[in-house]
Design a protein around this ligand. Structure first.
Ligand SMILES: [Zn+2]
Length: 137
């Protein structure tokens, strides 16, 4: 039963991602909500990488720059949900070389450029790229 629940949670997060990219954020939020319900019902913990993907206040599926804003504030990475305003503070740990988390969804070239420039804080890369975007508009 537990394994089925885990698979179901994973599937729901997959669907949430697809709908988010496909322009249906409402559906994404719904899938996140369902995934959390399945997790709670069957006492299955969500994976750490899954738990970074949504807001704990309103279950919004987080997409950088659209439903969540990431800023660095006094040594912490502060992620603000743009739907309900809830903040989540994450202490920044020792630098990690592996760019696997940054690489998600980002074009490989930009990642490599940023990597040589700022190898320590991946969220710094994110806020930089956000500012570039707003300048272009
Ligand atoms: Zn929220």
């Amino acid at each position: 039963m537990v394994r089925i629940a885990q698979e179901r949670v994973r599937d729901l997060f997959g669907l949430a991602e697809r709908e988010a990219l496909g322009g249906h954020p409402d559906l994404s939020d719904r899938y996140v909500h369902l995934a959390r319900q399945v997790g709670a019902r069957y006492n299955v913990r969500l994976l750490p990488e899954q738990r970074e993907l949504y807001c704990r206040g309103c279950s919004a599926y987080w997409i950088e720059g659209r439903t969540v804003r990431t800023r660095l504030r006094s040594g912490r990475r502060v992620r603000t949900c743009l739907r309900c305003g809830r903040e989540r503070r994450i202490r920044i740990r020792a630098p990690r070389k592996s760019p696997s988390r940054i690489a998600d969804g980002a074009p490989a070239e930009t990642v490599r450029e940023q990597e040589t420039e700022v190898a320590i804080l991946d969220s710094a890369d994110e806020s930089e790229s956000l500012e570039e975007e707003s300048e272009q508009e």
